[in-house]
Design a protein around this ligand. Structure first.
Ligand code: GBH
Length: 482
């Protein structure tokens, strides 16, 4: 087969999970319904100047009211799984105490609907929307928050744990800690290097404590995980200075989470790079590392673009950090003397370079360093300037090419031994893209935010065939059939 004249269609392993993902604040809307109170993202988006065009998640894609239609769409698109997140302040408006049943009921109905349509629910407990009351009490910089998170995890898993087979504690704690408390381009918009590092540790602790809760509440068959936005860090040259810049970003971008979660503790070089900013000995208490390293069943990985760095300070060819509000504050505490570069190749509407080798390299790196860790690609996708054609279709060949390239990278990693269990396209729907508001469309399904009408893009139809056949077909030019 390896000597075939034209590239063979790429078949995925039996049982490979094909899904699409969203997050509560990005799609639900219904911001003040059924007892929900503001999260840090409600406060942030309602603060002038924080989000492009003053957009908020008040209505978003109105998924809270349209989940039935959206699940029907998932079934029509042959999705095997739906990754969604739960809004903490919908379930526990103050972040403390008993649950609001009306809030929990939304997720009960959603899960019922998914199971009824044969779509596997994959739940994330926290995708960045901390109850504002907990932020007012110190947010992720204080040790109370991991305690509250463990209680919240218990409420949610007691309510839904018998019917949801996959659970993720946190989505991208790097963003919560370093964009939320470091560069301030995400909620709560704080720019305090020490707080960012404290937040990172407390997010790790929240994860570990929640894993303890999940393991005691959930049936043995349930799979637990955390999702990280691992950075595929590349040095701009082989100079010692540039290689060390890559090491520094790998430390505060990746190993700050991978180390403690996978049982190796905080890396020595991270402690050395950041020791002048935070007192690690006081921050990390006895027993913390044991909690954080509780075994997980899967490591979720979100990947969009590689991270190209050199030693230096100026990053002239990149948009200033991640977000609309350009920040003078670094999301890389202790590693400020690093310049970021645009990787070669074409870019998406986010001005992120399209480079699927980054995904391959990332999966293989985790596989090499932790051969026993099973992985799931929990987000991958691209924003483009989609528009409705006169025929009423949305033709997005560049998104199809992006998905094809990245899925071949996953296939190649599988062939080279990486244990990848599934793939979730970001996103099912166009949605509230954080500090970019509604200006960036990541959806496989187009959303007209005026009417809330959904129109599957060409990429959605393409992905539906991949999911149905468990095969990545040849590209049209090389398919050998006209
Ligand atoms: C994910 O975040 C989110 O989980 C999802 O909600 C979001 O909609 C989606 O991706 C698309 O953005 O600070 O210099 O490292 C991805 C967030 C974006 C964070 C790229 C790191 C790089 C800029 N990542 N960003 S930098």
């Amino acid at each position: 087969a390896e000597a075939a004249a034209s590239p063979a269609a790429l078949r995925f392993p039996p049982g490979f999970v094909w899904g699409a993902a969203t997050a509560a604040y990005q799609v639900e809307g219904a911001a003040a319904e059924d007892g929900r109170t503001p999260s840090i993202w409600d406060t942030f988006s309602h603060t002038p100047g924080r989000v492009l065009n003053g957009d908020t998640g008040d209505i978003a894609a109105d998924h809270y009211h349209r989940y039935r239609d959206d699940v029907a769409l998932m079934r029509d698109l042959n999705l095997g799984a739906y990754r969604f997140s739960i809004s903490w302040s919908r379930v526990q408006p103050t972040g403390r105490g008993p649950a609001v049943q009306r809030g929990l009921d939304f997720y009960r109905r959603l899960v019922d609907e998914l199971l009824d349509k044969g779509v596997t629910p994959v739940a994330t407990l926290y995708h960045w929307d901390l109850p504002q009351e907990l932020e007012d009490a110190g947010g992720w910089t204080v040790r109370e928050t991991p305690e509250r998170f463990a209680e919240y995890a218990e409420i949610v898993t007691r309510a839904l744990g018998d019917r949801v087979p996959y659970w993720t504690t946190l989505n991208e704690p790097w963003c919560s800690a370093f964009l939320g408390y470091g560069s301030g381009v995400h909620a709560p918009g704080r720019t305090e290097p020490e707080s960012a590092l404290r937040a990172a540790h407390h997010l790790n602790l929240a994860h570990g404590r929640a894993i303890g809760v999940l393991r005691s509440v959930l049936p043995a068959t349930a799979r637990t995980s955390i999702t990280l936005n691992l950075h595929q860090v590349r040095a701009h040259s082989r100079s010692d200075a540039d290689l060390d810049a890559a090491r520094r970003i790998d430390a505060v971008g990746n190993r700050v989470f991978l180390g403690p979660i996978l049982g190796d503790g905080y890396p020595e070089d991270l402690l050395a790079d950041t020791g002048h900013l935070v007192d690690w000995d006081a921050l990390v208490r006895p027993g913390d590392l044991e909690e954080i390293s509780r075994p997980i069943d899967l490591l979720g990985i979100n990947y969009y673009t590689p991270t190209l760095v050199s030693d230096g300070r100026e990053s002239p060819d990149l948009p200033r950090e991640d977000g609309h509000g350009a920040s003078d504050h670094s999301p890389w505490p202790g590693s400020e003397h690093v310049a970021f570069h645009l990787s070669p190749g074409e870019t998406t509407a986010m001005r992120w370079a399209v480079d699927a080798t980054g995904l391959y390299d990332l999966l293989m790196r985790v596989h090499r360093e932790h051969p026993d860790v099973a992985m799931m690609v929990t987000e991958n996708g691209a924003a483009y300037d989609d528009y409705i054609s006169p025929e009423g279709t949305i033709n997005d060949p560049r998104r199809i090419a992006y998905l094809r390239g990245h899925l071949s990278a996953v296939h190649r990693a599988l062939a080279d031994g990486a244990d990848v269990r599934g793939y979730f396209l970001w996103s099912l729907l166009d949605n509230f893209e954080w500090s970019y508001g509604y200006s960036k469309r990541f959806g496989a399904v187009y959303v007209d935010f005026g009417t809330q009408r959904r129109i599957p893009k060409q990429s959605a139809h393409w992905y539906a065939e991949v999911a149905r056949d468990n095969v990545l077909p040849d590209p049209p030019e090389e398919a050998g059939r006209s």
